[in-house]
Design a protein. Structure first.
Length: 282
């Protein structure tokens, strides 16, 4: 009996110790919270509200039930959104904007009070559309392509200023895509075709002009050559013409002599072949 009572007493003490350790561990765990790298914590106190100071990386104590930590990611994060905006000449343009944003750490308590943890999704799409529409309305549709660096600079400047009003820092702003409506795209294509036709017409006109100049120069050369021959004939007689006739005859004779299909018969040799003079072919 005494042994059974001692065992029961020991088990009871072990149970009490285990319960105490469990309650102690739970109390310690509920009093600790961890802030990872690239994060910052804002504490909400049930008595004092949102505390004005933030808590950095590491493990920290809090008062259970009375204080609640809210963790913010303070690393730069990308956000992409699209906006359809009218241009100065009333063409509809679709732009895709990518921004890298992060909260201003010292202003996190204010951000939590006014916007909450999902502050970026509440602010960036609205101010992005606002700035894009304001900037695009200053340019005509074609200028968005020819003056894209200026457009990007204006969008970045306007968006950085608007985001600053909400204590958001923008590390990068870029226009990643730009597309036009169907009507404007068709008009651009027709304009390109017209420009190509104009260039082709210019080439045809330039070619005709060169051919005309070549014909004029050729005619002037022939006229000059004829004049020289005429002057030489007047001064020296027909000797030059006779010389040209002899040169031409010599060339013809050389050509006929080298041809296998030509037979030369001296005058009066038709009788040997039994041919009439009228039947001979040369």
């Amino acid at each position: 009996m005494a042994g059974n009572q001692a065992a029961m007493s020991l088990l009871t003490n072990i149970a009490r110790v285990s319960i105490g350790l469990g309650l102690g561990t739970a109390a310690i765990n509920s009093s600790l919270y961890t802030v990872d790298g690239g994060e910052t914590c804002v504490l909400f106190d049930r008595l004092r509200g949102v505390l004005d100071t933030t808590v950095g990386e590491g493990t920290h104590f809090k008062i259970p039930w009375l204080q609640t930590p809210h963790i913010f990611d303070i690393k730069s994060k990308p956000h992409v959104f699209t906006s359809s905006s009218p241009t100065k000449d009333l063409q509809t343009v679709s732009l895709t904007l990518r921004v890298l944003s992060r909260p201003e750490v010292s202003k996190l308590p204010t951000i939590f009070k006014t916007l909450g943890v999902e502050y970026e999704n509440k602010v960036l799409p609205s101010i992005g559309n606002e700035v894009l529409k304001a900037v695009v309305a200053q340019f005509e549709a074609e200028q968005l392509l020819t003056e894209r660096p200026q457009v990007s600079a204006l969008v970045r400047e306007g968006l950085v200023l608007r985001a600053k009003d909400f204590n958001i820092v923008l590390d990068d702003v870029a226009i990643t895509h730009l597309s036009y409506g169907v009507e404007f795209s068709r008009a651009v294509e027709q304009k390109q075709v017209a420009q190509q036709e104009a260039e082709r017409s210019k080439f045809v006109v330039a070619k005709a002009e060169q051919e005309r100049r070549a014909a004029v120069i050729r005619a002037e050369g022939e006229s000059e050559a004829a004049k020289l021959i005429s002057d030489a004939t007047k001064e020296f007689g027909n000797g030059l013409i006779q010389l040209r006739i002899l040169e031409a005859a010599r060339e013809n004779a050389a050509t006929l002599a080298n041809s296998n299909n030509v037979i030369y018969l001296p005058k009066g040799m038709n009788a040997f072949l039994g041919l009439n003079p009228g039947q001979a072919r040369w």
